[in-house]
Design a protein around this ligand. Sequence first.
Ligand SMILES: [Zn+2]
Length: 286
Amino acid sequence: MSSLSPSAHEPVGRHLPPGSGNGGLVARVKGRLLRSLARTTVVGVAPRRLGAVSPHLDDLALSCGNFLAAHPGSSLATVFAGGPSRVDPLPSWDITCGAFQPGDDVVRIRRQEDLRAAEILGAATRHLVHWDGQYREPDHGYTGPESDALVQQIAADVKVMVQQLDVDAWLIPLGILHPDHRAVALACLEVATALPDVEWLVYEELPYATAFPEHRDEAIGRLQGRGFAVHPGADARTPRNEEAKRRAVDAYRTQLEALGPGVEEAIATPERIGRLVCRLSDPGTT
Ligand SMILES: [Zn+2]
């Protein structure tokens, strides 16, 4: 639900790479749904309650639904849960969804979906007011921060949450491909640098991580460039958790059409969640 904009005049769907059409994701994931993906991970000592940061409304369910179902009582915070109260014209992602009409309060509808998904996962929600990238355009009345200023504002918001919420660990995105995901990842790494005593976990966004492995590797490189590494963690899949994840993902009904086969890709793929470590304090880490 946000634009990947190679230019201001060429918005591209939320889950697609810059410059590609809707077929990009479809082509990447097609044929992989039945593949056995052996990469499983388990985070060493499972924390009880998590704080989790999501770029968009649905990323956590798609990327961490099993893990979150295994940790009821967690708090899910979506950074880009804001936008105009009337969306007109609809940007390309919202059009692809096939669920909205010009003038709809798309964000309100999507927040309601998020509340339902969180209920299924036994979690609480927080919706930050930053506008989804597809709406951060003058045509939609956006006047807020961009680029570095936006990252700094997100970092300030995340830091406040981390200091306020009584949780055992924080789950943050790797920041694959999408500018909104990259912005959230950068902001979270800033907070991790400022608050090193917090236990930080990193999740790879699905279906991005498998659909665009080159962008996943770039994201790992950015993280390493900031002095961090990720120690592989755990796969929380159980029949019960998988069923909860599917129901949670299904709660984002307006997004399913646009996500296409990416939905099954995200459900079939073992979740990739690891522990964030500071390489400067752990020289043996690669
Ligand atoms: Zn997203």
